[in-house]
Design a protein around this ligand. Structure first.
Ligand code: NAD
Length: 508
């Protein structure tokens, strides 16, 4: 079924190991190996030694040693390095696309047209943004002093990334951190380290100094917790589930670190009765199935106003059933497998439990035949579930859309807000007042109108509520990766200053 000759050969390409420390690939030293599995076939494609806590220490030491030199570069120098980095990524785009498809099961058209170009664009964006780091104020606010604000890097950043968009998540963490003059140690998910390693290697090739970007590939409980608690790490930036985020927050807080959390989502998709139904149906299928639904902003809960409800359910189910599930490397495939068999089984568990209280309109099963050995799951639409049921409330992270009816606009907006999450949402209407009201009242870090999913480097991405805090991408991310210092100069040049009388003596 596959043509291995056209695939990224991980074991050869990353033969030196899955740790990137001080500008080179090295083996882990934990004594325990881990395998990256092609989820389309279940075959092991890369075996590596996991990072030990000593490897994390070595990576942090490399980042710490690189920090003073990197922090002292000018914004123009960092910008030049990032422009060269973007050029190297563009030259290697096909290799990145193949490696990402191999380890995640993403169809090549998604990695070629979304993951990889998005990452190159992000790199180019931060090359420009590096020159626009600004303090907001400068002036004589007291009359007797000149004040200004310096915006400074924080130091060594420790980042932890999930498996759903390994390349983009590595880029979102690394780029703003280093553009602002920090150095970084990133721990990718142990399932999907390949493109983070290639990304760090490409940075070295582009001339970014050794130690500025380091990758440790280890287990969350071991390498992850050690990185978060490390005394020489000044900031933790975590993207992953809300449950693990809480644990990361405890450790980061107990070691008094700057913390940035990008957590789970359960995005509502709110269709008012004046919406363009065809646009909403197309948008619901694309928005819920992107990356096999393993997307923290994916449309997961469609609320459809009663007059459109039946037609929406019928047309969405028909369109979902027409999506071509198959080998990620085969031309014409729309939807690949999920990242792992374990994740597929977890998703199937949610749908199987929902059969007891809801209706599975289409999907709800693993394809058989040629696809039997892969981690595939059919596009699934579930209707008639109660708002407080598990399938409506919990993050499923698979190709599953739940659809519920609503009557009044007030009710629709209240239902959209009725989960602990607040990462993203969309509102579908031709009435600007209705749509605008939804954008104001939905509690989420991003609200699309008449679309769902597109992201751009210039705009911030981040959560409200249990979806976390802080922003990735855009100039807003510099708020996470810099600290501001107030500098105050006395302008009077007198020994006895007027304000001293409030402490001792009288007016001079
Ligand atoms: P996860 O929380 O299981 O793992 C994320 C990372 O944390 C991995 O690298 C893992 O090894 C590490 N980890 C696990 N336990 C740890 C611990 N005790 N200490 C430190 N690190 C630990 O998440 P996942 O299953 O890899 O990814 C899916 C989740 O990520 C979903 O909840 C999704 O919504 C979320 N996500 C959020 C965003 C966002 O921008 N908000 C983006 C992508 C994914």
């Amino acid at each position: 079924m596959h043509n291995p000759g056209h695939r990224f050969q991980a074991q050869d390409r990353l033969a030196d190991g899955a740790q990137y420390i001080g500008g080179r690939l090295v083996e882990g030293t934990s004594g325990r190996t881990h395998a990256v599995v092609d989820p389309a076939t279940g075959e092991e494609v890369y075996t590596y030694e996991l990072a030990s806590t000593a490897d994390v220490d070595a990576a942090v030491a490399a980042a710490r040693a690189a920090f003073p030199g990197w922090a002292a570069t000018t914004p123009g120098e960092r910008s030049d390095a990032l422009h060269r980095f973007a050029a190297v990524l563009a030259e290697r785009a096909e290799e990145f696309a193949q490696a990402e498809s191999l380890q995640c099961g993403k169809p090549l058209k998604l990695t070629r047209e979304f993951d990889v170009p998005g990452t190159i664009d992000n790199t180019a964006f931060f090359a420009g943004a590096a020159r626009h780091l600004q303090g907001q104020s400068a002036g004589e606010y007291s009359g007797d002093h000149t004040s200004y604000v310096r915006r400074e890097p924080i130091g060594v950043v420790g980042s932890i990334a999930p498996w759903n968009y390994p390349l983009q998540m590595a880029a979102w963490k690394i780029l703003p951190a280093i553009a602002a003059g920090n150095t970084i140690v990133l721990k990718p998910a142990e399932l999907t380290p390949l493109t983070s390693l290639l990304f760090a290697e490409a940075a070295t090739h582009a001339g970014i100094p050794d130690g500025v970007i380091n990758i440790v590939t280890g287990l969350g409980k071991e390498a992850g917790e050690h990185l978060v608690g490390h005394p020489d790490v000044a900031m933790t930036s975590f993207t992953g589930s809300t449950a693990v985020g809480k644990r990361v927050a405890e450790i980061a807080t107990s070691t008094v670190k700057r913390l940035h959390l990008e957590l789970g989502g359960k995005a509502p998709f709110l269709v008012f009765d004046d919406a363009d139904l065809e646009a909403a149906v197309q948008g619901a299928v694309a928005g819920s199935l992107i990356n096999t639904g393993q997307d923290c902003t994916a449309a997961t809960r469609a609320y459809v106003q009663r007059p459109l409800y039946d037609a929406f359910v019928e047309r969405t189910a028909a369109l979902m059933a027409s999506v071509r599930v198959g080998d990620p490397f085969a031309p014409g495939t729309d939807l690949g497998p999920m990242v792992s068999h374990a994740q597929r089984d977890r998703v199937a568990g949610f749908v199987d439990r929902a059969r007891g209280y809801a209706r599975v309109v289409t999907g709800g099963e693993a394809p058989q035949g040629d696809l039997k050995s892969g981690a595939y799951y059919a596009p699934t639409l579930v209707a008639d579930a109660a708002q407080d049921s598990e399938i409506v409330q919990a993050e499923i992270f698979g190709p599953v859309l739940v659809v519920l009816p609503f009557d009044t606009d007030d009710e629709g907006i209240a239902l959209a807000n009725d989960t602990p999450y607040g990462l993203a949402a969309s509102a579908w209407s031709r009435d600007v007042y209705r749509a605008n009201r939804a954008t104001r009242e939905i509690k989420a870090g991003c609200v699309w109108v008449n679309d769902h999913i597109p992201i751009i480097s210039e705009m911030p991405h981040g959560g409200y509520k249990a979806s976390g805090f802080g922003k990735d991408m855009s100039a807003y991310s510099f708020e996470e990766y810099t600290q501001v210092k107030h500098v105050m100069f006395d302008n009077t040049a007198v020994a006895r200053k007027d304000w001293h009388r409030t402490v001792f003596g009288d007016r001079p």
